[in-house]
Design a protein around this ligand. Structure first.
Ligand code: HEC
Length: 138
């Protein structure tokens, strides 16, 4: 009896899974910007700043509570995309260097910056691509 109801349950779950499969020919839904930001962060920033944004003490700064992350979005975009140091960020704090992300499109940078500003305990406003494009002068 127990085996039969278990088999029934498996068949039932399988039929549900079959129903929820992708519709043939349907276009994939565009991912929400927040997901894009997380993806870009994971692919580019995690080696140094870590998945939790805490960095490595004395080696790579933490993005949690960072005034640069939570401050002026234009200055943040210039730093991350161009490597242009904000006036508020003293040089020589770290013996290591950040990579440059000049290839990043305004749209991608906006999603990424929105992600870092709203994670790791940060709660700063989102950044849109027009703000990034204006900051970068394109
Ligand atoms: C190769 C390691 C490395 C990678 C990869 C990297 N960073 Fe950095 N990041 C650094 C270092 C080192 C500093 C400190 C630079 C300095 O003060 O001169 C820094 C500083 C920062 C700061 C300023 C934080 C503060 O308060 O001092 C931000 C914001 C930042 N990085 C964001 C990012 C983002 C977003 C990415 C991914 C697109 C990224 N970084 C990728 C090494 C890295």
């Amino acid at each position: 009896m127990q085996t039969r109801s278990a088999l029934f349950l498996i068949a039932f779950i399988e039929s549900l899974a079959a129903c929820s499969g992708p519709t043939p020919g349907a276009a994939p839904a565009a991912p929400p910007a927040a997901d894009a930001g997380e993806r870009i962060y994971t692919a580019n920033c995690v080696p140094c700043h870590q998945q939790n944004g805490q960095g490595i003490p004395g080696v790579y700064p933490s993005l949690a509570g960072s005034p640069v992350v939570r401050g002026d979005p234009a200055a943040l975009a210039l730093w991350v995309v161009r490597g242009q140091r904000p006036a508020s960020m003293a040089a020589g704090r770290y013996g290591t260097m950040m990579l440059s992300f000049g290839w990043m499109k305004a749209e991608d940078a906006a999603a990424l910056l929105t992600y870092v500003r709203s994670n790791f305990g940060n709660s700063a406003s989102p950044v849109d691509s027009a703000t990034v494009a204006r900051a970068l002068g394109n």
